[in-house]
Design a protein around this ligand. Structure first.
Ligand SMILES: [Zn+2]
Length: 266
C-alpha cells in the first residue's frame, strides 16, 4: 500500500510539473505565443508544432524513450523537462510524507480530512506552476501566486495550530526579502519573491516558515556554486531564480520538520 501511495504521489507531482511546463511555455512573459497554439488542447512539438502522441508525453520517461530528441524533426529536447518533472515527483512524495506525519492528528473527521487534502493539493498545484514559470522566465506569475496565498491562508485558518505566531514568521520573511530586494537594487530578487515568502509560515509555523526560507538560500547557494564550477559560461552574475528553491525547500520542510533537530542540538 505504501509503495502504491509513493508511486501515485510521484506520478502526481511529475504530471503537475509537466502541465506547468506546458502552461509556462504557452504563456510567455511577452505574450508572443500564436493564438492557435495557445488554444491547442494537446501538446505539440516545440519546433515543428506537430501534435504529440501520448507516449511522447509521459513525465520523466519520454525524454529517455525518445533518447533526448524530438521524434519528428530530431531536434535535441531540453534536459529541463525530465529534470523538473522528476523534481516535481519528489515534491509530490514530500507532500505525502508531510501528510502521513501529521494529517490524521490535524484532520480528525472525514470533512476536515477532505478539506486538508484539497488545500494541500491546491498548494502543491500552484507552487509547482510558480516553480516552472520562475525557472523559464525569472518571473513569478500573478494568478498562481494569488492561488498559492489563498490556499495556504485557508489552510492556516482551518488547521493552523500555530495560531497568530505564524504571522510573526510572515513578517520576518517579508521584511527580510524586502530588505534584500532593496539593497540588491531590485536586480537580485523580484517583488514576486517578497510575496512568495508569505506562505511557508502558514503551514510550518513561525520558526519553520523562517527556517524554510533560510534553507532555500543555502540550497540556492550550493546549486549556484555547482553551476559556476561545471559550466564556465555561468558567471556569478547570471541570474538564478530564487522561487524554485523557496518552493522545494518548503516541501522538504513540510515533510521532515528538520529544524526541530537543529533546535534540539542547540
Ligand atoms: Zn517536430
Amino acid at each position: 500500500m505504501a509503495v502504491i501511495l509513493i508511486f501515485l504521489s510521484f506520478a502526481l507531482g511529475a504530471s503537475l510539473v509537466s502541465f506547468a511546463n506546458m502552461w509556462s511555455y504557452r504563456h510567455p512573459i511577452d505574450g508572443t505565443m500564436p493564438k492557435k497554439l495557445l488554444r491547442a488542447r494537446r501538446s505539440f512539438c516545440d519546433y515543428c508544432h506537430r501534435q504529440l502522441s501520448w507516449w511522447e508525453n509521459i513525465p520523466c520517461l519520454s525524454f529517455f524513450i525518445l533518447r533526448g530528441k524530438t521524434r519528428c524533426c530530431h531536434y535535441p529536447l531540453s534536459w529541463r523537462y525530465p529534470l523538473t518533472e522528476c523534481l516535481g515527483g519528489v515534491m509530490g512524495i514530500l507532500a505525502l510524507v508531510g501528510i502521513t506525519a501529521r494529517g490524521i492528528l490535524m484532520a480528525p473527521s472525514l470533512f476536515s480530512s477532505c478539506l486538508f487534502i484539497f488545500l494541500l493539493l491546491s498548494t502543491l498545484f500552484f507552487s509547482l506552476l510558480i516553480f516552472s514559470y520562475d525557472l523559464y522566465y525569472l518571473f513569478i506569475p500573478l494568478y498562481p501566486l494569488w492561488g498559492l496565498l489563498i490556499s495556504s491562508g485557508l489552510f492556516w485558518l482551518f488547521f493552523g495550530s500555530h495560531s497568530l505566531l505564524a504571522l510573526v514568521g510572515v513578517s520576518i520573511n517579508v521584511l527580510l526579502m524586502l530588505f534584500l530586494f532593496l539593497i540588491t537594487k531590485k536586480k537580485g530578487l523580484g517583488l514576486g519573491d517578497v510575496f512568495l515568502v508569505i506562505f511557508p509560515p502558514f503551514f510550518l509555523g513561525a520558526v519553520g516558515g523562517v527556517m524554510s526560507v533560510w534553507l532555500a538560500f543555502v540550497l540556492g547557494a550550493f546549486v549556484g556554486l555547482f553551476l559556476v564550477i561545471i559550466h564556465r559560461g555561468v558567471g556569478l552574475k547570471s541570474l538564478i531564480p530564487l522561487g524554485p528553491f523557496l518552493i522545494f525547500s518548503f516541501w522538504l520542510s513540510w515533510a521532515f520538520n528538520w529544524w526541530h533537530i537543529l533546535l534540539q542540538w542547540s
